[in-house]
Design a protein. Structure first.
Lengths: 145, 163
């Protein structure tokens, strides 16, 4: 990671997921409705919703880790997504809460919503492994610290 | 999603054909953007292919496919496995989907999502499957999910029920 505190992965940028704002120091990500995320006509695809949730989870965790000077490699262990209502033709937001930050494992819960925060369209629980960067891995050429 | 009892009137729809349906599904929308392709199917399972793409990486410094596209792949394969099992297309919604990641997918390799529908009830369908990158005995991920039949408007005509 570079000095840019929040660098979304290629997948997120390609799908149209972007940082919307910070809320009490936690990044809120958002994606507009469009062909890239459409499943059933007029509704978000479950996979796109999961992508938004997952990226919000990683972003929150990465942001927290940077703030405490940790730079581990993040590896997904698992994700469970609950779909609560159909994502409509509107911008969708997602915000994560780090339920527990351990030495090796982070447990993160994420909520996605559209119009009303208190009516989430989907939630997720993720377990993420925080591994020491592999010494054999080549240094990233892009972005100097 | 709320579930409701199915309405009775069966509508004659053509039998679901995963290969043909794929041509339509993967032309547009999220799955079209991902570039999903039909790969194979059996009586109660469907296997789709997610081709390798550089812009689906999950990390800035490693050639590792993001986990998000795998969820999309498995979600879509799940839906198609359900229609294949029910033999007919019915509107469904994902209720719960769990993905356990076993290892990163190999760089520059396509990922295959193979999902079976092992149980259907009137309103629910249960699926399980794997994502692999060539060797089904060494999966990239395991998935389990529950899908619900989308309740139709009681005033409109309904769809065929498998049971």
């Amino acid at each position: 990671m570079t000095k840019t505190a929040l660098q979304l992965p290629a997948y997120a940028r390609s799908l149209g997921i972007a940082l919307d704002h910070f809320e009490e120091g936690v990044p809120v990500l958002a994606v507009d409705f469009g062909p890239n995320v459409e499943g059933r006509p007029g509704a978000f695809h479950g996979g796109a919703t999961a992508g938004l949730l997952e990226n919000a989870g990683y972003a929150a965790l990465r942001h927290r880790l940077i703030s405490v000077g940790r730079h581990p490699q993040l590896k997904p262990i698992n994700i469970t997504v609950q779909y609560l209502s159909a994502g409509k033709q509107k911008r969708a937001f997602a915000l994560a809460r780090i339920t527990r930050l351990g030495r090796r494992i982070a447990n993160v819960t994420v909520e996605a919503w559209q119009d009303r925060r208190e009516r989430p369209i989907a939630t997720a629980v993720m377990n993420i492994l925080m591994a020491d960067p592999e010494p054999s891995a080549p240094e990233p050429s892009e972005g100097t610290a | 999603m709320s579930s409701q009892e199915p309405s009775p009137a069966p509508t004659p729809l053509p039998p679901f054909n995963p290969a043909e349906a794929g041509k339509f599904f993967f032309r547009h929308g999220h799955t079209g953007w991902l570039g999903l392709r039909y790969h194979d199917h059996g009586e109660n399972w469907v296997e789709l292919e997610l081709p390798w793409r550089e812009d689906l990486l999950g990390e800035p410094d490693r050639a590792v496919l993001a986990s998000g596209p795998i969820v999309s792949l498995m979600d879509m394969a799940s839906g198609m496995a359900i229609w294949q099992t029910r033999t007919v297309f019915v509107p469904i919604a994902t209720l719960d989907l769990r993905v356990d990641y076993q290892r990163p997918a190999r760089a520059r390799a396509p990922v295959f999502g193979r999902v079976e529908c092992y149980r259907t009830t009137r309103s629910a369908a249960f699926v399980r499957g794997i994502a692999h990158d060539g060797d089904r005995d060494d999966p990239v991920a395991h998935v389990a999910g529950v899908f619900m039949t989308i309740a139709s408007d009681p005033r409109s005509k309904s769809r065929t029920q498998a049971e």
